[in-house]
Structures are given as structure tokens and as C-alpha cells.
Design a protein around this ligand. Structure first.
Ligand SMILES: Cc1cc2nc3c(=O)[nH]c(=O)nc-3n(C[C@H](O)[C@H](O)[C@H](O)COP(=O)(O)OP(=O)(O)OC[C@H]3O[C@@H](n4cnc5c(N)ncnc54)[C@H](O)[C@@H]3O)c2cc1C
Length: 327
């Protein structure tokens, strides 16, 4: 890693870091992106892939507002990515069927309509026709490819600290690890908001393609299907630090909950069980997308349950903030 080769250092190569890197490189910035592991081996490839601003949000919040904005950006974002890479990212705007909202149905319908989201009543369910499902691994691979074609340099390294003085701009986009990386600017260490890992289990089944025309939610459970037939059911919310173990008891409980939503899953055996660490924000008021005081360091983390959905809007916001500062 050397400032002689880069104007901008991006710490973290998940969806958030990779999308910002691509956008900055499109503007002609010289970008180096550093990732501790196999780029994107953390939350961004573990995530389920719902693009679900409304069915994820039970109250008015920045999550809902940013999520709706990002969902609207998605078609153009994917089109542009495909034209730069020649690769298609699997993404279906298949809608979400929210089963049994019960006494909350009227309130949710009003909340989401006010936020500009289309909602339909279907018997005992709410249907969100604009929501969809994307393959986050395919999205990440395309973003990496597009960034590299635009000259983004990628390095594999665990940074134990960041010396921001060596770059014109630094972006901390290290997901759940972001708040614990020491960052030094001209006047000394910078106080970064905390980020907390929120562990989630997911399980996957091989089912016949086309089993689920839309994705389904009920209470804390969701079930979605990829084009190749893989059905993914989630999830859990665990505050256990960076514990990477996959717990059979959690997977079994998830299997029971998933079978309550899609009865065909009762007799099916999971073919995959995995976990990921959502980057939990310090406060539940949306991700941190801003500069640290008047330093040359920007923060793009804390996307929690919505980082896949929020990728286009995050890249747009961060790239425009940084471009304005470097102009
Ligand atoms: C179970 C689960 C289900 C989810 N489902 C959805 C969903 O359906 N829809 C949705 O929108 N979102 C979902 N999410 C959330 C989404 O996956 C995350 O919000 C998003 O991926 C965060 O992206 P990121 O780039 O900030 O973090 P990450 O993907 O975690 O990337 C951070 C990167 O930083 C690197 N890094 C960390 N520390 C350092 C260091 N010191 N030096 C160098 N590199 C470092 C890591 O190696 C990592 O690659 C889900 C998450 C989980 C866990």
C-alpha cells in the first residue's frame, strides 16, 4: 500500500468499499482498496440478498427513506455495471409477500405508502411488488471487475492502523470491524463511531426452480429463492461478538420457522448452513455516511441488515462527498 500510487485509500472490499471504489475510479480518482481477506468474504457474500426497504421497516426511519431511494437507483446501477463488465447480475424484482401482519396491517400499509412504496392488500397479506432479490456474491464480483477495469488497485492486507496523512482521502468501509480500526489524521487519532457485529445464521435448500415466485416474510422469518433453485431462509440476530461457529440448534430452529412459511421445506434437508456479521451501527438511525469532522477521512459503515439494498445509494453519496472535497 503506497500513497505514491493512490489518491484515495478504501479500507474494506465488501459491497460498500467496492462500490465506492468503482464510483471514485469512474471520476478519475486513483484508488487503492485494501481488504483483510478474500475480498468480500464477509457480510457481503453471506447476506441473503433481499432488496426490501419497506418490508424490512416497521417504523419511519432513515433506513426506510434511504432504502426506497436506493431501490430506485438499482435498475440504472445494474445496467451501468453490466455495460462496463459485460456480466449480468442475477436480480429479480419479484415482490415480497408479507404474511399475517395481523393488527399491524393498516399501520404498515399507511407508513409504506407515505414513504412512496407500492403496497397491495392480498387477503391476510401485504404485497410489495417493487421489492426484489439479488445475488450479492455476483454483484460483488461485478463491482470488483468494474473497479479493476477502471484502474482500482486491490491489496490483501489486514490493516492494524490507518495513517490518513498519506492519502488525499481515506474511506473506512470495513463493515462490522470499522469502528475498531485506529485511524490517525494530522492532529492524532480520530474518534470513530463504534460498529458492532450482529451475527446472523442462514440455511439453504436445493428446491425446484420457480417454487417461490416472490419472496416471503412472516414475523422474523424470510424465505427467498435464487434462479438456480437455491432457497435461502433467515435469520437470527445474535450479539455474541465475532463468534464464527455455526450452531446446529439455531439452524434447526430456523428450519422449523422456514417450514411454517413454506411447508415444502419441512421434508427438505438443508444443503448449506452459514453465518455472517452484520455491521451494526452505534445508534439505530441508519448507516454512518459522512466525513470525520474536517479531516480527510470518510466513514461508510453500519449498514446492518440493509447493506446490499443500500449499496447504490451509499456509493452515490460517498463519491459525491469525496469528489466535492477533492475538487
Ligand atoms: C445473515 C445476513 C443476512 C443479510 N441479508 C441481507 C439482505 O437480505 N439484504 C440486505 O440489504 N442486506 C443484508 N445483510 C446485510 C449486508 O450483508 C451488509 O449490511 C453488507 O454486506 C455490509 O457490507 P460491507 O461492505 O459494509 O461489509 P463487509 O461485507 O463485511 O465487508 C467489510 C470488509 O472489510 C474487511 N476488513 C475488516 N477489517 C479490516 C482491516 N482491519 N483491514 C483490511 N480490511 C478489513 C473485511 O475483510 C471485509 O471484507 C445481511 C447480512 C447478514 C449477515
Amino acid at each position: 500500500m503506497s500513497s505514491e500510487e493512490a489518491d484515495v485509500l478504501i479500507v474494506g472490499g465488501g459491497l460498500i468499499g467496492s462500490s465506492i471504489a468503482w464510483r471514485l475510479a469512474q471520476q478519475g480518482q486513483r484508488v487503492t482498496m485494501v481488504d483483510a481477506g478474500n475480498l468480500g468474504g464477509e457480510a457481503s457474500t453471506a447476506g441473503a440478498g433481499m432488496l426490501a426497504p419497506a418490508s424490512e421497516a416497521a417504523k419511519q426511519s432513515p433506513w426506510l427513506e434511504l432504502g426506497v431511494r436506493s431501490l430506485r437507483l438499482y435498475p440504472k446501477f445494474l445496467e451501468e455495471l453490466q455495460s462496463e463488465t459485460g456480466r449480468e447480475v442475477e436480480c429479480r424484482m419479484c415482490g415480497c409477500l408479507y404474511l399475517d401482519p395481523g393488527a399491524d396491517a393498516d399501520r404498515l400499509e399507511a407508513l409504506h405508502r407515505t414513504a412512496g412504496v407500492r403496497v397491495e392488500r392480498r387477503d391476510e397479506a401485504l404485497f410489495y411488488p417493487e421489492e426484489g432479490v439479488i445475488d450479492p456474491g455476483a454483484l460483488l464480483r461485478s463491482l470488483r471487475h468494474a473497479g479493476e477495469k477502471r484502474g482500482v488497485r486491490v491489496e490483501h492486507q489486514l490493516l492494524s492502523e490507518v495513517k490518513a496523512t498519506e492519502y488525499r482521502a481515506v474511506v473506512i468501509a470495513a463493515g462490522a470491524w470499522s469502528g475498531s480500526i485506529p485511524v490517525f489524521a494530522e492532529d492524532g487519532p480520530l474518534p470513530l463511531p463504534k460498529s458492532e457485529p450482529v451475527k446472523g445464521h442462514l440455511i439453504g435448500f436445493h428446491m425446484r426452480p420457480g417454487l417461490l415466485p416472490s419472496f416471503l416474510r412472516k414475523d422474523r422469518t424470510y424465505v427467498l429463492q435464487r434462479a438456480d433453485g437455491l432457497v435461502i431462509a433467515g435469520t437470527t440476530e445474535e450479539h455474541v461478538g465475532f463468534d464464527t461457529s455455526v450452531q446446529m440448534a439455531s439452524c434447526d430452529e430456523l428450519h422449523r420457522r422456514a417450514a411454517d412459511v413454506v411447508p415444502e421445506l419441512a421434508a427438505a434437508e438443508p444443503v448449506r448452513r452459514w453465518i455472517g456479521f452484520r455491521p451494526g451501527p452505534e445508534h439505530d438511525d441508519g448507516p454512518v455516511l459522512r466525513r470525520v469532522d474536517d479531516s480527510n477521512v470518510w466513514m461508510a459503515y453500519g449498514h446492518y441488515r440493509n447493506g446490499i439494498l443500500l449499496t447504490p445509494v451509499t456509493a452515490e453519496i460517498m463519491a459525491s462527498q469525496i469528489a466535492a472535497a477533492l475538487a
